[in-house]
Design a protein. Structure first.
Length: 302
């Protein structure tokens, strides 16, 4: 669905994206993680043909990026933007028509989304008269109105209250369930853990890690992971940064009152390659996780 190869973007003397490659398959939820200035938004804008790369290639549904293919793409920008003098249903229909839908189809599906988001009674209200939470749901509806095959969400959880965060997560899962490829950028690890099959971690435009949540958990070089955590700009939450590896890995043992094999050892996991708590050898799938504070180990927060 989406293939990026050796992508580079240079702004004067700043290399915002540096030789980046990745691919997202239909039905996959792919997390794009990194601190501020990591290159996440720049990459997504190149995928959307908003800006052009300095070098490298991008394939969207088998072709180079082209705005004429917007009918198959849904995009939720980090900077929200709605026309305050339009009604809610007109706003949805406008975005649908902009994405090559017929006016009647855009209006009908827009209304379906408003009903799903508990906004049907505000369909004829002006956007300017909505609360912030309602406006956020309308913005999400504009990204979904065309039933996209590729859904791109740039920092979609930013500023959302817990209720709307749950709504957004449900819609991401729904879109992937219909076969859409979903890619979203975030700096909050818990969202990626709950939703993503795979994640890509960026720092200063370069790929630092790509793989599944399970692969991230089982990264063996814990010392290197801690070093990479300390080099970040601090914008990524690192639930286990200030605790020992054995404490982070064995929290479930402590809660149950059972001794942990790692904590029983006088040596730390860093000096005992492969040491880990048996409870963590069998992890639930990413979508079944609860997003607790210790849910993602240090390796993910690089």
């Amino acid at each position: 669905m989406l293939k990026v190869a050796n992508l580079t973007k240079q702004f004067a003397d700043v290399r915002a994206v540096d030789d980046l490659s990745f691919a997202v398959e239909p039905g996959e939820i792919y997390g794009f993680l990194g601190g501020n200035g990591a290159g996440k938004t720049t990459t997504l804008r190149m995928v959307l043909d908003i800006i052009r790369p300095t070098s490298g290639t991008i394939e969207v549904m088998g072709s180079a990026p082209d705005r004429r293919a917007s009918g198959a793409i849904g995009f939720l920008p980090e900077e929200r933007g709605l026309y305050g003098n339009m009604t809610v249903i007109a706003m949805n229909a406008y975005y649908g028509q902009h994405k090559q839908m017929r006016a009647g189809d855009a209006r009908a599906h827009g209304m379906e989304l408003l009903e799903r988001f508990d906004l049907a009674d505000r369909a004829k209200a002006k956007v300017a008269d909505l609360s912030k939470g309602m406006a956020q749901k309308v913005q999400l509806a504009t990204a979904l109105v065309n039933r996209p095959r590729l859904l791109i969400l740039d920092e979609p959880f930013s500023g959302l209250d817990p209720v709307n965060q749950g709504l957004l997560e449900d819609e991401i899962l729904r879109a992937a369930g219909t076969g859409a490829a979903v890619i979203f950028s975030t700096h909050v690890m818990q969202h990626a853990e709950r939703l993503c099959e795979r994640i890509l971690l960026l720092r200063k435009g370069r790929k630092r890690f790509e793989g599944t949540i399970a692969e991230a958990r089982h990264e063996q070089d814990i010392g290197k992971a801690h070093a990479r955590v300390s080099s970040m700009d601090g914008s990524l939450p690192t639930s286990a940064t200030n605790t020992s590896c054995s404490e982070a890995r064995c929290s479930s043992k402590r809660r149950s009152g059972k001794p942990c094999a790692v904590q029983a050892s006088s040596r730390s996991p860093a000096s005992t390659p492969g040491a880990s708590c048996n409870d963590h050898a069998r992890q639930p799938s990413p979508r079944s996780l609860t997003g607790s504070a210790a849910a993602i180990p240090d390796i993910v927060a690089i």
